[in-house]
Every structure is written in C-alpha cells, then in structure tokens.
Design a binder for this molecule. Structure first.
Ligand code: GTP
Ligand code: SPV
Ligand code: MN
Length: 599
C-alpha cells in the first residue's frame, strides 16, 4: 500500500516515465462518461448500438491477440521466489521493474493519462480498499466506471483510509506525430506483462487492454493483491459469487460459491428457481471478500459494482435476469452485430440471423465454420441494473454466510452434490477442485481438466500451500458450529454419450433447497465415503422430468474412479511440496481408507 501523502509524487513519477501528452483526473460523473463514449465513437473505437433496441449501449472489438486473461504473461514478483509458489510465474522484482520501466518509458506519448481513484467495496466498510489506476485506455476508463466505485468521492475517502494500491496500466502503443491510432492498440504478446509486487502492494500492467489484464481493480487488486493483504490481516479474498436465497416462508440465507472462470457463477448468482416459492437475489457474481466478525460468524462483501459477464450462452432461457440487466446502458466486447445494430452471440434466444458482422468485423452467415461471437465475449453492466439485486448488496457490514459451495466442470467422478463432514474436509474438497479449461483465459488446452483449488489457481498472489493453510487457519478462528457448511457441486457431469446428466440453470434451485435445509438442520443426508449425500428423496424433484437412471448416474460414486482421482491428487499435492498442510494429506488418507473399506 502507498500512503496518501505520496500520491502526488507517485503520479508525477509515472507521468515523467510514460510521458503522456495530457493528464486527466476522472471525476466519475455521468457527463464525463458520456463525453468519453462520444469520443470513442467519433474515433472509431466504439460502435453505438441501435438506441431503440439497446439504449445507451456500445460495442467494442478487441485485437484478435488480446481477447482474454493471459496467464502465461501474469507474474508474481515477490522478493523471494518461494513466496510465489509453484502455481505462479515468479520474476525478480528488481529485474521485472527494470524490464517494464524500459517498456513504460514514453509509452503514453501521443495519448492522455487518465487518473482513476476507485474504491473496491461499499463506502464505509472496514474491508473496502482504495486503488488508483493510471491508464492510457479510454476503454478501461469507461469499464472501470461500471465495475468499481470510481471518481472524486474516493479521494475524500482516501483522506480517511490514508493508503491506496497504486495500479499502473498502459496498452503499450505510443503514438508518434502522424501515426494512425488503431481501433484496439496493444503490444505484442512477448511485451505483455501483468505484474504484481506483493510486498509493496503494487500493480503494473503493460500491453493488454482486455478484461482482467487491464481492469486492474478486478483480478489484480481484488484477488491477487487482496489475497496477500487478506492473509496478513486474517480475512479472505475469493473468486466467489454471493447470493441471497429465500425460502417460501420468507427466511433468507446467504451463500458463497467458488467456480472457475466460465463455470456458472454469474448464472447461479441471479438464477430463477423452478421450484415454487423460492427466490434468489444477487449480492455479487465474481469476487467475495470474507471476514469473521466479533459474533464469530463469517460475513462477506462484494468489492465490485458491476458484472463483467460471459456473453456467449446467455439467453432468456439460461439467465433471464442477466438478459434484462443488459437490455440498456451496457458495454459489449467481441460480440457479433446484427444488421439492425443489436448484439448477437451463440446461444442467445431466437433464430440465427442469415447475416451478421462477426467479432472480427467480417461478414458472417450460418454456413461459416468460425463462431460469430468470440467464446470469451463479455458484457459489462452496473449491478444496479440487475432485476434481482439483493437490498443488502451495498451494505458496509456485509452479509452473514451460511454455506460455501465449490465446484467446476467435471464430466465424470464428482456427484451432483455432496457435503463435507467438517471444515477441514471442506477445505480438502476445495483443494482437490478440478475443472475443464475454458475460453476465459488464453490457452492451447481447452477442455482439459486442471486442478484449480477454490477456483483461485490464476488468482492466488502467493504460495498455494500457504493459501490452503490460510483456509484451515480461518476455520480455527471461530467456533466450528458458527462456520458455514461446505458443499461440492457439479452441474457438469456427463453420460456415456457426452450429454449433461443434470438440466442445470434454474433447476439448480432444487440443490440449493437441500443446501438451505441442511443449514437449517432439517435436510436429510446419508454418510458416504466422500461426504454426506442427500438422503433418498431429499432433493425435491417434483415436476422435473428426469429418469431414475439419470439420477443414479448423477450420484454414482465409483470407488475405482475415486481412488484414481486420489492418485492424481497425491501427484498434485507433491507439486505443492513441503508447504502443503499436513491436515490435507491426512484428509486424503482418511478418504482413501473410507473408499477402500467401501469396496
Ligand atoms: P467468469 O466471469 O469467467 O468468472 O465466469 P462465471 O463463473 O461467472 O460463468 P457464467 O455464469 O458466465 O457461465 C459460463 C458458462 O457456463 C455459460 O456458457 C453458461 O451457459 C454455462 N452454465 C452456467 N450454469 C450452468 C449449468 O447449471 N449447467 C450447464 N450445463 N451450463 C451452465
Ligand atoms: C474470469 O476469467 O474469471 C473473469 C473474466 O471474471 S476477467 O475479468 O477477464 O478475468
Ligand atoms: Mn471470474
């Protein structure tokens, strides 16, 4: 963290380094935002959508090499290499600063540097943190305006909080006199760096303008740097949605869920239950900051104020609330455009149009073999437009958490739901999470299952062994009976033919109902080697057309498959090395024993 007293000096140093033509302090007002949008339309960097179809909305198209988070250009530059651990790419902070300083030198020539004071978390919350991002990208400014509480008001708060996380961002494309500015300026891959300095609590990002690489309040601050601060201050920064679940008698519980990128957080956070009388409302869809209060309970806030959601696959059928939220005042990136200037993507409602402009701005028709919208196309919209926003979403006190869900895309092995025996067993479940790799990050191994503990693999700012230990320690900080219950869900199990066994989406409310009842001490469960399973009939299947055979497959626990899974997990644990907590190896051996005895 940097002290408020050093703010002016830090900015001056960065101005001297990047040499922008102008410096603009963002006030965060609507007028300013509209001016920026108009300017981008004028300069060919934004497309205004049809105001009759999508009022106040704009589309943006990125460079084909700059379409997702780039994990192999993301670095944790801790002083000691062992503090970054085996799951992060480490760079020596002095060396990395030297390399990046050379890149930043003159990088904003011909451009304006925008200064954005922003707040992560509600005003007045003890957990909220202030960041100041310097950027030469207007795309980043208008997105940060939605995703964070940004503007002059934050400077007043800074006088109280006294410190901030400095975030420097440049697209890495300086302009000489007479140069034409491309629609999406960015630097070549080998010059892209998403760098974190955990001891200094400093973020430097260079060369990319997309999503988590460039909106530094999100993954860089609210997860990687916050995870470091959280460990020091005994709280947790997690890649989780926060939802409010209300039963037919009007009682509510708040639930967290950690699913990897593009695995259903936004969907679950605003789900419309198919079972009568139940209600889901949204507190957050991507990040939760969690702490234990004096009453011994866990509470959480959503540090963000907008949704940066996956567009592809979003429809009135899969997520009607998201569709309603994005009906106006929304920014779209890398979607396809219809002839009447509205948005389109694979999986949206209705017929596929005969003609579109695809995300690379080329003509598209259904005969084309390439997708019209990029698989990681996104919408950006204020939480305030969510039709089911929970009234507590902006509460500085946070919401009391009753349950934590973990999950991912697992075509085999993992049942629809199971519950942990204890907190430590739940942490073990989080540690063994695996998921198929999705388009949310650049990769050449999409669809392969990789271990992704608590969906935090790309976002832990320090050693994964210390991170898992921190989870165990948090469980020690309060009475075990006050801790949230931990559940492992898998909406993505498939049959032999490769089809999903569970209908998912709104039908997930049936599983949520059982979770709610378990937290109330009412839901019926039976022990199994891997954890508690719903007792026969405990999951409400009324009016759902699902074969008994299918339900059996969804809950099948194949000891052979599980023992293989444990072999894989042991190998994974070995890669974590000596920092892996003994308690997790113990959980593994207990599970193995239970599985062997069940044969
Ligand atoms: P990030 O924003 O990248 O962190 O992703 P996210 O976890 O918020 O994922 P999101 O809710 O946007 O879902 C991504 C994809 O998962 C979409 O294509 C959805 O259609 C699909 N999906 C979500 N829920 C379900 C479900 O219950 N079943 C199935 N089969 N697919 C789902
Ligand atoms: C994710 O990948 O988990 C996202 C999108 O939420 S991004 O902000 O680009 O990281
Ligand atoms: Mn995410």
């Amino acid at each position: 963290m940097t002290s408020y007293d050093d703010l002016e000096m830090w900015i001056q140093d960065m101005v001297d380094l990047c040499t922008p033509d102008h410096v603009h302090w963002c006030d965060g007002s609507e007028e300013e935002n509209q001016r920026f949008l108009d300017e981008m339309v004028l300069n060919g960097k934004a497309m205004k959508l049809n105001p009759e179809k999508r009022p106040g909305s704009y589309a943006f198209f990125s460079h084909p090499t700059d379409v997702a988070r780039i994990e192999n250009r993301t670095f944790i530059a801790s002083i000691r290499e062992e503090d970054a651990g085996p799951t992060n790419q480490w760079r020596d902070p002095i060396e990395l600063k030297k390399t990046m300083t050379n890149l930043y030198r003159g990088s904003m020539k011909g451009r304006t540097m925008y200064v954005m004071p922003f707040m992560m978390g509600p005003f007045g919350s003890p957990l909220s943190k202030i960041g100041i991002q310097l950027t030469d990208s207007l795309y980043v400014v208008i997105h940060t305006k939605i995703m964070t509480r940004m503007g002059t008001k934050v400077l007043d708060e800074l006088k109280i909080k006294k410190s901030f996380v400095p975030c420097l961002h440049s697209v890495g494309y300086p302009l000489q006199m007479g140069d034409i500015d491309p629609e999406w300026p960015c630097a070549p891959l080998e010059q892209k760096f998403i760098a974190h300095f955990p001891e200094e609590k400093l973020i430097w990002s260079y060369g990319s303008g997309y999503g988590g690489n460039a909106l530094l309040g999100k993954k860089c601050l609210a997860l990687r740097i916050a995870s470091v601060i959280a460990k020091e201050e005994h709280w947790m920064a997690e890649h989780m949605l926060i939802m409010k679940l209300t039963n037919p008698s009007g009682q509510s519980k708040f639930i967290l869920a950690a699913f990897p990128s593009a695995c259903g957080k936004t969907n679950l956070s605003m789900l419309i239950p198919t079972i009568p009388g139940w209600k889901v409302e949204t507190v957050g869809d991507d990040i939760a900051w969690i702490w234990i209060k004096e009453d011994g309970h866990m509470y959480a806030i959503n540090p963000e104020s907008g949704f940066f959601g996956v567009a592809k696959g979003t429809s009135f059928k899969s997520n009607a609330n998201a569709m309603l939220a994005i009906s106006k005042n929304t920014l779209f990136t890398n979607v396809a455009i219809t002839d009447d200037h509205d948005v389109w993507w694979e999986g949206i409602d209705g017929e596929t149009p005969a003609h579109l402009m695809d995300w690379t701005k080329k003509d598209w028709n259904p005969k084309k073999t390439t997708p019209a919208a990029h698989p990681n196309s996104r919408f950006t919209v204020s939480t305030s437009q969510c039709p089911v926003l929970a009234k507590e979403w902006n509460s500085p006190e946070g919401v009391l958490i009753s349950a934590i869900l973990v999950g991912g895309r697992r075509p085999t092995t993992i049942p629809l739901i199971h519950e942990s025996f204890t907190w430590n067993h739940g942490v073990f479940m989080g540690s063994m999470m695996g998921s198929e790799i999705t388009a949310a990050s650049l990769s050449d191994s999409y669809g392969m299952v990789r271990r992704d503990p608590f969906a935090m693999l790309p976002f832990i700012g320090y050693h994964v062994g210390d991170y898992l230990n921190h989870w165990l320690e948090m469980g020690q900080r309060t009475d075990a009976t006050l801790l949230p219950k931990i559940f492992y869900v898998n909406w993505f199990r498939k049959n032999q033919e490769g089809q999903f066994l569970w209908p998912g989406f709104g039908e997930n409310s049936r599983v949520l109902k059982w979770i709610f009842e378990r937290c109330d001490g009412k839901g019926k469960a039976v022990p199994s080697p891997i954890g508690y399973l719903p007792a026969p009939g405990a999951i409400d299947l009324s009016h759902l057309e699902i074969k008994e055979e299918q339900m059996k497959e969804l809950f099948e626990i194949n000891p052979k498959e599980w023992l293989l899974e444990m072999d894989g997990l042991k190998k994974y644990y070995d890669t974590i090395g000596s920092k892996l907590p003994d308690a997790l190896r113990f959980e593994l051996s207990m599970l193995e024993t239970r599985l062997k005895n069940s044969h």
